[in-house]
Design a binder for this molecule. Structure first.
Ligand SMILES: [Zn+2]
Length: 376
């Protein structure tokens, strides 16, 4: 027993430590956890160690079918409380010399901590971990999941689905960057490979063939006529042509060309877009590489009103997708899912990514309060 652990000092010290997520945040930012690298697992183990050191009774880093994940509970036994759903990975650093401070140095300037992942979403992990430690002390049921591979299509969350289903949360907060404002959903995303076929010929006689690049170009130029849907709060669906691949050599008429579209959807699938694409001339196949449904909780949901009543006129959505698109499959119908975290969307994935430390600390209190509501 250390001096600080003696009974007289214990309560005050535990509360202070449980509320101090900044040291954990700095430690996590110092780990390069770009998607698909060993740093993802290092983050999981660093968080697991922090939780165990801070009295969280049930902490496990498991190997799911889609990579490792961390699952921790504030009390043993069944669920019925708040789930905080986070991810360990980040996008890569592509221009390290343009950063004001080293992207893995976790430098604090003013009230901001700088570094890759500070906003997306190590500030959210640190706040969620600190909240869970406090909830463990209060014996209020809550859980934290940390996944990998979120930035490359939420691939790791699938491995954690069964664990989340068994715990069965009564509410879910995704602590992604919302500048501390509660957001009620986001559009889903479907990435479609659209293939056009043609007839190969010698480049000196293009009229003898049928050019697949030109055929696909015609289809792509018609995308503004695609039958997109609209949701009263999530807004309109969009289609972006992100990648196009076709042709072999300048002197050959290409017989194949493929474009990859990023379709942001307001429902559960992009089948209406797929059907329309297949009616276009020369389009021979449309294949989904990734399909994530939209997520939406009504502003009138009683849990939302208890936790943080919505101001009229507020923007209730985030522009990006989250692991919630995958984890929703494990939830009972009607379980509220919100995005609510300390980071700022304007610095996510950017040079000089940073997070305001006051927001990280405030998020701890928000999550503790939300867990109280979720378990009552
Ligand atoms: Zn994120």
């Amino acid at each position: 027993m250390t001096n600080a652990d003696r009974p007289g000092n214990r309560d005050r010290r535990t509360v202070a430590k449980a509320h101090e997520p900044i040291a954990l945040l700095a430690a996590l930012v110092r780990i390069d956890s770009t998607s698909g690298t060993p740093g993802e697992r290092m983050v999981l183990h660093r968080v697991a160690r922090w939780l165990a050191d801070h009295g969280v009774p049930h902490v496990q880093v498991a190997d799911g079918t889609c990579g490792p994940y961390l699952f921790a509970q504030s009390v043993d036994g069944a669920g019925g409380g708040l789930l905080l759903a986070t991810h360990a990975d980040t996008v890569p650093v592509t221009e390290p010399t343009q950063w004001r401070y080293g992207p893995f140095d976790a430098v604090v300037h003013g009230d901001d901590l700088y570094g890759r992942g500070a906003s997306d979403m190590k500030g959210g992990i640190a706040a969620a971990a600190a909240a869970l430690a406090h909830l463990a002390r209060l014996r209020i049921p809550a859980a934290l999941v940390v996944t990998v591979g979120e930035e490359i299509g939420c691939v790791g969350a699938r491995g954690a689905l069964e664990r989340v289903r068994r715990w069965q949360p009564s509410a879910v907060i995704v602590p992604e960057a919302t500048s501390g404002q509660i957001k009620l959903g986001h559009r889903g995303a479907v990435w479609l490979d659209v293939a056009a076929s043609g007839v190969a010929a010698h480049g000196a006689q293009p009229q003898a063939g049928h050019n697949a690049i030109l055929a696909l170009a015609q289809a792509v130029l018609r995308l503004n006529h695609a039958p997109i849907k609209e949701h009263p709060l999530l807004g309109k669906e969009t289609v972006n042509v992100g990648v196009i691949r076709g042709g072999v050599k300048p002197n050959m008429v290409p017989d194949q060309c493929v474009a990859t579209l990023d379709v942001r959807i307001v429902g559960t699938d992009a089948d209406h877009i797929v059907r329309w694409l297949l009616t276009l001339p020369d389009i021979v196949s449309v294949t989904a590489q990734m399909s994530l449904p939209a997520v939406w909780t009504p502003p009138t949901h009683p849990w939302v009103n208890q936790v943080n009543p919505i101001e009229s006129g507020a923007d209730l959505t985030v522009p990006y997708f989250t692991d919630a698109s995958v984890l929703c499959a494990a939830l009972e119908p009607g379980v509220p899912v919100v995005v609510w975290g300390p980071g700022d969307v304007s610095t996510m994935h950017c040079v000089d990514e940073r997070v305001e430390l006051a927001r990280v600390r405030a998020a701890v209190d928000d999550y503790v309060a939300a867990a109280r509501v979720s378990s009552s």
